[in-house]
Design a protein around this ligand. Structure first.
Ligand SMILES: [Zn+2]
Length: 166
């Protein structure tokens, strides 16, 4: 990974250009060869291209948007068309997993959904939905890992509701 790309924390992407103030628009290029999202095969042909804009974690207090070219792919093995998928960005999402995670932690630390909605210029309902998704993920991880008794004792109690913890 070229050194300047470390700032992205998103494997496979290279920074091409940075512009704007808030949001900071980061033009990126995905270096890895496209694969079929169904069979993970490389026997794909690029069809039409389109530009994706995906929100990413902030730099300081400034919001960031990644802008990059994505392709419609034809997989010869599956004999179907797909939109190219990227690691760190879930299907149909307009924000990276890192931004979802960032908001989850900010909210868990006590920043209200209202403040987050204002700072990130998005609806409270969206924040609530993301928080819920991350909450489910985080607690799934706790359930599957093998906890010694000691960490059970120090683990904070699980809130009864999914709303704001404070
Ligand atoms: Zn395939």
């Amino acid at each position: 990974m070229p050194q300047k790309d470390i700032i992205l924390s998103l494997p496979g992407f290279t920074i091409k250009n940075v512009s704007g103030h808030n949001p900071i628009i980061i033009d990126v290029h995905y270096r890895n060869k496209p694969r079929c999202p169904a069979c993970n095969g490389r026997n794909v042909r690029k069809k039409a291209s389109f530009i994706r804009r995906v929100r990413h974690e902030p730099i300081g207090h400034r919001q960031t948007v990644l802008r990059f070219k994505a392709y419609k792919l034809y997989c010869h093995t599956c004999q179907r068309y797909f939109n190219q998928q990227f690691p760190g960005i879930n299907k149909y999402q307009r924000a990276t997993e890192r931004l979802h995670n960032h908001l989850y932690h900010r909210h868990t630390e006590g920043v209200s959904q209202q403040s987050l909605a204002r700072d990130f210029k998005m609806g409270k309902a969206t924040i609530e939905r993301w928080y819920h998704q991350q909450y489910v993920l985080a607690h799934k991880e706790i359930d599957v890992r093998h906890c010694p008794v000691y960490s059970d004792l120090i683990r904070p109690p699980i809130p009864v509701t999914l709303g704001h913890p404070f």
